[in-house]
Design a protein around this ligand. Sequence first.
Ligand code: ARE
Ligand code: CA
Length: 487
Amino acid sequence: FGTYYCQSGRDVVVHLFEWKWADIQSECSWLAEHGYCAVQVSPPMEHRIVTDPPYPWWQRYQPVSYSMNSRSGSEQQFRDMVEACNDLGVYIYIDDVINHMTGGGAGVGSDGSSFDGDARDYPGVPFGPFDFNGPEQCPTASGEIEDYGDPIQVRNCMLVGLRDLRGGTAYVQDQTAGYMNKLIDWGVAGFRLDAAKHMWPADVSDTFAKLHDLNAQWFPSGTKAYVYQEVIDWGSEAVSGSEYTGIGRVTEFRHGKNIGDVVRKNFGQRMSYLSNYGEGWGQLNGLDAFVFIDNHDTQRTGDLNSILTFRQSNMYKIANAFQLAWQYGHVRIMSSYYWQQDIQDGRDHNEWIGPPGSGGSTSDVVCFDGDWICEHRWRQISNMVRFHNVALGYPVSNWWDNGGDRIAFGRSGRGFIVINNENGELSQSFSTGLPEGQYCDVITCDNNRPPCGDSGGACRGEFSVDGSGQALITVPAGEDPMVALHV
Ligand code: ARE
Ligand code: CA
């Protein structure tokens, strides 16, 4: 399940975090034009409605049933979105929450189903007490995961109070695979497996063995769903990502931290150390890895001194340019909404705040209105998605560095990028490996070939590559300290 299917020349995933289905449906035309392969959408199943705090984003990680009315819209809106996006060749991956149901307490979910977490009763599925892990499976007195050094606790006890499904039983697998098959039959192409670390690998593969092939209306017959599993592995716990690489791809959380530390120059890190970035840094094999600079958790509760987000826009653009120009892992771009942070003692007390809107409903997306950040539309990022597509499959070449924070590299004649993460202008002749011709800097210009276009006057214009692949490139320091050229 680690193989993904994209329209030819596309590769990158965008997470439209907390967007409504109707807004994603309209965004798909823009995404198709700009070469995105797929969209990750928020968990689409019926979820708990949390009022204390009021309607946090994380209410959607508490399933009540697998029916489809959620904060992002109705079942019909979901299906319309999948069809419209598929018709444009932009595929939908859903955030798949099947390790658990809600936390404690009782109520009514977003599609009208009742639930009682204390009694472990979810009639909308239905699940009852026997479908959950209890004292026989989980060794802790609290029923909570207390020690991440014990794989049995990690898999069989509750993650922050969330009622933990017995994923090894045929009945539970039939319900969760049935949910996924419903979506596959509607045209969904992939799954981010939430909390995969908390599920036994054998249970995960038994569940996926029940999945249908993708819908033949849009996908070649025999195509399997794409799966990337959320396993947070910093290298210090009992459960490791490599236990899951045989099933599908695995999130590589060290990617965002490592690149964040390099661009921020934390711990003596330098851009020049990136020459062997990827496996050379002790990370997963790139063909197993699913990678991102930040995600919806790390941008809120991660190590905020390492992780870069839209709030550090210039460094964020450098980090994204590097991950898109380099060749490592399957890349996901984060697309966020704004919230006011309240940082006390290094922790954001507002990290729970849900998407823009009121009374638990979400506002329509208007990119760049101050509420919806739309990083995926930032020119410096979306043009680098193009660079990434053009260079797909062409190895890194023409590496250069100054031993410090200035680097340059090519992609075997398809692209070339220079990054100047130091003070002062960088100006010199580079061996780019590019064919002779005139190129535009895609970090600051609209087009890759003349006429370069004028993005608000920022465009650095044309660069000439001569017959031996040499080009004189000047890269200012400060805002957008990069030049990227591609065929
Ligand atoms: C909420 C409340 C809790 C309450 C609970 C039940 O915040 O106080 O007890 O509800 O009522 C998200 C939020 C949670 C939220 C949950 C359900 O982040 O705060 O709980 O939704 O509404 C571990 C897991 C990893 C998980 C992270 C958050 O291994 O799988 O914790 N990430 C996914 C999603 C989250 C989501 C869930 C799972 C649950 O991406 O958005 O939670 O569906 C080390 C370890 C990691 C560990 C990490 C944090 O790094 O190595 O394994 O991650 O610490 O503890
Ligand atoms: Ca579990």
